[in-house]
Design a protein around this ligand. Sequence first.
Ligand SMILES: [Zn+2]
Length: 73
Amino acid sequence: MSRLIFILAIVAVIYVLLRRYRKNSLDQANTPPVEPQTMLRCKQCGVHVPSSEAVLANGENFCCAAHRDAYRA
Ligand SMILES: [Zn+2]
């Protein structure tokens, strides 16, 4: 009897793993391709930086916090 429960447990684990695997592959298929990042120009030094790394202050873009502070000063 315990042997049957053991087999059922293994089947249940495989079932859960398969469902998870399918969900993951579906999620990957539905994920849109990564869009190219917008490049923003540093107001202080003119270097272009990706929008995710740019420092925004008062509607102006900067490459780093130091240049933001330098522009303010
Ligand atoms: Zn800069």
